[in-house]
Ligand binder design. Structure first.
Ligand code: G3P
Length: 218
């Protein structure tokens, strides 16, 4: 299972990279704005900086919502670095643009996916990744994890190569449950990734080991 971090914050990306378990980064326009990155040139430069920190795939989202605009912006993004994955919204022109980039051998991440039918379309268009937003489904009393499970079943039924990238991950249990269901990737905040470290028995056990060592070596 690949671990992506869902942020445009360079310090957090570095921290996750230093942990040694990071496989890539996802961003979106909201996350870029949160870091105060505005203006086309600054945004493109920020993606370059992210690519310098990590070795894996870096999803960069288009702003255009029409086919021509998405193709133009996606090509600009893809030209920045081979690590860039063009992130496209699951709308009609986004699916067309996905097929365009698939045919050109450029990696894509189809985002804002909330149903199995949408995920099926993304796979048919050859998306590298599909991003079901499980946290946002949980937010409206709908089981986001169920969507991951259903997409897994449908993709396995037909051997689709599109990787399920569980997005809108909010906590450690989202990560663990995605792993149980066979999600190929998860993207979440640093807090959720580091939350996996925590167990009180680990801390208690370590304290006892160190205390016993100290007694024996006093
Ligand atoms: O990867 C998609 C993600 O950024 C959305 O997360 O927490 O805003 O629903 P959230």
């Amino acid at each position: 299972m690949k671990f992506f971090i869902d942020t445009a914050n360079l310090d957090q990306i570095k921290e996750a990279e230093d942990l040694g378990v990071l496989d890539g980064v996802t961003t979106n326009p909201s996350l870029m704005a949160k870091e105060g990155i505005t203006g086309e040139e600054n945004i493109l430069n920020h993606y370059k900086k992210i690519c310098e920190i990590v070795e894996g795939d870096v999803s960069a989202e288009v702003i255009a919502t029409d086919y021509e605009g998405m193709v133009k912006q996606g090509e600009e993004l893809a030209a920045l670095n081979p690590q860039i994955v063009v992130k496209l919204p699951l709308i009609e022109d986004g699916i067309k643009a996905c097929k365009y980039f698939t045919d050109k051998g450029i990696k894509t991440n189809v985002t804002l996916v909330f149903s199995v039918g949408q995920a099926l379309l993304a796979a048919k268009a050859g998306a590298t990744y599909v991003s079901p937003f499980l946290g946002r489904l949980d937010d409206i009393s709908t089981d986001g994890m169920n969507l991951i499970e259903e997409i897994r079943t449908v993709y396995d039924n037909y051997g689709f190569k599109t990787q399920i990238l569980a997005a809108s991950v909010r906590n450690t249990m989202h990560i663990v449950n995605c792993a149980k269901l066979g999600s190929d990737v998860m993207t979440g905040p640093l807090s959720a990734i580091k939350g996996l470290l925590k167990h009180p028995l680990t801390d208690i056990g370590l304290a006892k080991f160190l205390a016993d060592y100290a007694k024996g070596n006093a």
